[in-house]
Design a protein around this ligand. Sequence first.
Ligand SMILES: NC(=O)c1ccc[n+]([C@@H]2O[C@H](COP(=O)([O-])OP(=O)(O)OC[C@H]3O[C@@H](n4cnc5c(N)ncnc54)[C@H](OP(=O)(O)O)[C@@H]3O)[C@@H](O)[C@H]2O)c1
Length: 219
Amino acid sequence: MTLGSALIVGVGPGLGLALARTFADAGHPVALFARDAARLAGYVSQLDQSGGIARAYPADAADPVSLRGALQTAVDDLGAPDALVYNAAVRRADTPTDGDDQGWADALAVDVLGAKIAAETVLPALREGRGSLLFTGGGLGLQPSPQYASLSVGKAGLRAYVQALHAQLAGTGVHVTSITITGKIGGGEERFDPAVLAAAYLDLHHQPDTDWRDELLRD
Ligand SMILES: NC(=O)c1ccc[n+]([C@@H]2O[C@H](COP(=O)([O-])OP(=O)(O)OC[C@H]3O[C@@H](n4cnc5c(N)ncnc54)[C@H](OP(=O)(O)O)[C@@H]3O)[C@@H](O)[C@H]2O)c1
């Protein structure tokens, strides 16, 4: 059976690339989204060499027009999606009282608003109206840090958004879950290894609907 595409928003050398590789190895045509076009092209050639179907779509998740347009182009090119993974985030050191209005607006545009825009763009395009909308959360959303204040707020906001979307789409055949990762990705612990984490996302995509929850806590 031909599989639908997998759209991975926020692909860098860590979890994003592992997600793209995992879904490509499982037979999904994969679309890779990030701002750095040259780096994305390198990832696509790596995936091509391993026999996958992959394409790069440079886009800025902080810019709704850019993100919507790139997602729509990918759907037009690769066919109706089975899965969206929203993995983009802004990791910046900042504090609750840093006076940086624009920095916070830019960060939350990626951490929260981009996720909403990606979900509402992909939802009506899902193959036969079914599929998975998966979102990468972080432990900061559960235990905020004054040194990473905007990312703490962003991950908490993303988690709340996913819970609301999960509830809204209950019973529709669309699996909505956040994966809350509480440790350092690629820091040496197996459960936080990018490939191990990416396999957990694919497992969530394959999970029977009786097991669907709004969050997978990886701690
Ligand atoms: N690293 C950790 O230890 C850790 C721990 C817990 C949770 N997480 C979460 O896990 C996810 C992946 O983290 P990772 O470190 O493994 O990163 P990654 O998947 O290697 O890369 C993520 C990519 O997102 C892209 N991105 C950032 N802002 C973007 C924007 N405005 N538009 C489009 N793409 C954008 C960046 O590429 P461009 O610069 O090319 O746009 C970046 O390379 C993130 O959501 C992160 O918050 C990470």
